[in-house]
Design a binder for this molecule. Structure first.
Ligand code: HDE
Length: 749
């Protein structure tokens, strides 16, 4: 007998033995008729992109870069093709030797599909991996006295792409963690691309770029277990910053409310370094860049940030896109602090080359030079937000660098990192990175070359391509490396002596905070140090705090149950800068979220009117009820299961929903009548959380009963009345201050 016959006998015998275990034939099992599927079978045009979406601009006026234009639609036309354009009959079955046979190596479509998929991911950014981007327009106000940069001319409009980010977390980490935020802007100017690669804090942890790997290794998860993710509350971070005391000022910003922004839209941005500006006449000044948000600087409360990290890890990303799609375009003003360009490069005794120092706005006011409006969400996250490549060496005529040693090192790092991340030196040809100014370089070949360069002489000088390209001069607006004198000095690995002051500006920041902001800072240090395992690290950081401020140190030491050390350096005599505090001013309420709790029988007309007024005021109304669908004709946007207080800026109660029947205690189950002494506990939780997080709460009609049950009637920031319109008006007025600050137990005065 043939070997195959022997094998068949063995298999049949085995099958016989286990036949009683086989499942009976069921519908849908192999061999039975396929289930009917509700799938379109006739081709029709794909849906157009959403109004706010658009492909990145791909203008390349010289035509030097050719290739397929970037398109806004994913699926083009009706028929599926291979990447080479051949139409396909089937993309659901691999090519097999018989329906039950092995897959054939010759199945090119299968291999192309899987191979491409296998390589869909690129390395995430080593820092700032988690981010969100948007397109917009920048309009200059005019700044010709200090810089010749054309995009700052009055009325000049320039397209931009902005990417916001956290620093420490991986691509999939939560948005609301305590961290610095990146604020990187690509201006596609007529004179070349200008990248302002800044953060939401004006200072940095280190004074010299050579230490960047150290601070980042310390902040990233521990290398053995790879935890904690996107957190600074761990031993290695505090080990480094307590040993390396120049990090103390930036660390103080992280522990303040600035480390947990409410939204990207409510963050300031800073270029951090001092830049050198040069005007048409060749005169120079030193300058720092600032972004001022139209909505003011607002932050989350730490408990909110923690809850959000679980409830909506994409909170900031969602907020950015929702705002743009709702037409509430995020806005900032770009401002300059301008200083005389003196040989010392100092201002009011502050070393302008030290990136751990600010110049208080009271000493050098921020002068507005333009407005940024973000008005378009990306069409494709990967193509735009992931592949965008910033570099602070992307400068335009009129803006030059200084010798800040942190800035100098960054000039090297950003191209280098793109070589790995984007797979070669041609990343400037990726649509989102393409300049809008004409490009006429002599860079050739390399991985992923999209251009088909004509000509034979990509070198200078040449006579074969007509001598092109020629260098430009002043008349042709060439970039100017400002010819500053480089001091004759020995080669040293050293910092100027002024860089040794590590505590005075941390103290300045602390003393500039309001009592409630100080209390938050104390709680943040206590939380983070409380998460450290090594006693020596906590004690060392307490020593740093003692050198910043005795009250701060004592409060944190009490929380940690440790003695308060004495300062080892004299406490700096500093003048506080009120501009650093978020408290005490009022701001527009655009884009704020207003939750309105409704119940069957509540005043549906009143609620509808409130919703209209909320929308008309540029805010977002969310009707919240026990179940989805509609309640008395009102469309429900959140239920008690899907909504949580942390999403809201303002809570309004138009009803007092009773507990769900199965949650109601037995004594209340009588006769189905509403019991005025009980309310759904999830509504009470909403009120309690809004109360704890110092949010404005308003109520009318039955809603007032909820306030009574929560015991908050008459308290600060709680508005009750008969007329929904009056309650909304009073609540909105309070919202302008962002929170009901007086409600916090501010103990640290
Ligand atoms: Fe960065 N930084 N950085 N950084 N940085 C990167 O570049 C680096 C620093 C900032 O949304 C990387 O393309 C060094 C200060 C932002 O794509 C990398 C030093 C400031 C972003 C890099 C610094 C920043 C980055 C990682 C110390 C505020 C995200 C991926 C000298 C002024 C940009 C990439 C985006 C990204 C290096 C310090 C801001 C590795 C060596 C100071 C907003 O090149």
């Amino acid at each position: 007998r043939k070997p195959t016959e022997v094998v068949k006998d063995v298999v049949d015998a085995a099958a016989e033995k286990v036949s009683h275990l086989m499942a009976p034939e069921v519908p849908g099992a192999p061999g039975s008729a396929p289930p009917t599927v509700d799938e379109p079978t006739t081709p029709h045009d794909p849906l157009p992109p959403k109004r706010e979406q658009g492909a990145p601009e791909t203008r390349t006026p010289t035509g030097a870069v050719t290739g397929a234009p970037a398109v806004a639609n994913g699926q083009q036309g009706a028929f599926l093709t291979t990447s080479q354009g051949a139409r396909l009959r089937d993309t659901d079955h691999s090519l097999k030797a018989g329906a039950r046979g092995p897959t054939l190596l010759q199945d090119h479509h299968f291999r192309e599909k899987i191979t491409h998929f296998d390589h869909e991911r690129i390395p995430e950014r080593v820092v700032h991996a988690r981010g969100a981007g948007a397109h917009g327009v920048f309009t200059g106000y005019g700044a010709q006295e200090v810089t010749r940069a054309g995009f700052l001319r009055k009325g000049k409009e320039t397209p931009v792409f902005v990417r916001f980010s956290t620093v420490l977390g991986s691509r999939g980490s939560a948005d609301t963690v305590r961290d610095t935020r990146g604020f990187a802007t690509k201006f596609y100017t007529d004179e070349g691309t200008f990248d302002l690669v800044g953060n939401n804090m004006p200072v940095f942890f280190i004074q010299d770029a050579i230490k960047f790997p150290d601070i980042i290794h310390a902040g990233k998860p521990h290398p053995d277990r790879e935890i904690p993710q996107a957190q600074s509350a761990h031993d290695t971070f505090w080990d480094f910053v307590s040993l390396h005391t120049e990090a103390q000022h930036h660390t103080m910003w992280n522990m303040s409310d600035r480390g947990i922004p409410r939204s990207y839209r409510t963050m300031e941005g800073f270029g951090v370094h001092t830049f050198r500006l040069v005007n048409e006449a060749g005169a120079t000044v030193l300058a720092k860049f600032h972004w001022k948000p139209k909505l003011g600087v607002h932050s989350l409360e730490w408990e909110e940030a923690q809850l959000l990290a679980g409830m909506d890890p994409d909170f900031h990303r969602r907020d950015l896109y929702d705002a743009i799609e709702a037409g509430a375009y995020p806005e900032w003003e770009l401002g300059l602090q301008v200083f005389p360009d003196t040989p010392e490069e100092t201002f009011a005794g502050i070393d302008l080359l030290d990136p751990t120092k600010i110049v208080p706005e009271e000493l050098a006011p921020v002068q507005p030079v333009g407005k940024l409006v973000l008005n378009r969400t990306p069409t494709n996250f990967f193509a735009e937000t992931e592949q965008v490549a910033f570099h602070l060496g992307h400068l335009v005529p009129g803006i030059d660098v200084t010798n800040d040693p942190l800035l100098q090192g960054r000039l090297f790092s950003y191209v280098d990192t793109q070589l790995t991340r984007l797979g070669g030196p041609n990343f400037a040809q990726i649509p989102i990175n393409r300049p809008h100014a004409p490009v006429n370089d002599m860079l050739r070949d390399g991985f992923h070359q999209h251009a088909v360069h004509a000509g034979v002489a990509p070198y200078r000088p040449n006579s074969l391509d007509g001598g092109n390209p020629f260098p430009a001069g002043d008349a042709e607006n060439a970039f100017l490396d400002v010819p500053v004198t480089v001091a004759e000095a020995p080669k040293v690995r050293a910092n100027p002596a002024s860089f040794d002051d590590h505590f005075s500006q941390a103290r300045l920041f602390w003393l500039s905070m309001s009592p409630v902001e100080r209390e938050h800072i104390v709680r943040a240090y206590t939380f983070e140090l409380g998460k450290c395992y090594h006693q020596a690290i906590r004690e060392r950081q307490l020593q740093c705090l003692a050198n910043i401020d005795p009250v701060l140190c004592a409060e944190v030491a009490t929380g940690l149950g440790l003695p308060t050390p004495e300062p080892t350096v004299p406490l700096a005599d500093v003048t506080p800068s009120p501009a650093l505090s978020q408290v005490g001013r009022t701001w527009p309420a655009d884009g704020r979220t207003v939750g309105i709790v409704v119940d069957a029988g509540a005043d549906a007309d009143g609620v509808s009117r409130v919703c209209r007024e909320v929308s008309a005021a540029g805010m977002v109304p969310l009707v919240i009820a026990a179940h989805g669908g509609t309640v008395d004709g009102l469309t429900v946007q959140r239920t008690f299961a899907t909504g949580r207080s942390v999403e809201l800026d303002l809570l309004l109660l138009a009803g007092a929903p009773a507990p769900a029947p199965d949650a109601r205690p037995a004594r209340d189950a009588k006769a189905g009548a509403a019991d005025a002494t009980v309310v759904d506990p999830r509504v009470l939780l909403l009120v309690q959380e809004c109360w704890r997080h110092a949010k404005v709460i308003g109520a009318w009609g039955d809603g007032v009963r909820v306030l009574e049950l929560a015991g908050v009637v008459g308290a600060a920031g709680v508005v009750a009345g008969d007329s929904p319109a009056d309650v909304l008006a009073d609540a909105q007025a309070l919202l302008a201050a962002h929170r009901v600050w007086e409600r916090f137990p501010a103990s640290v005065a």
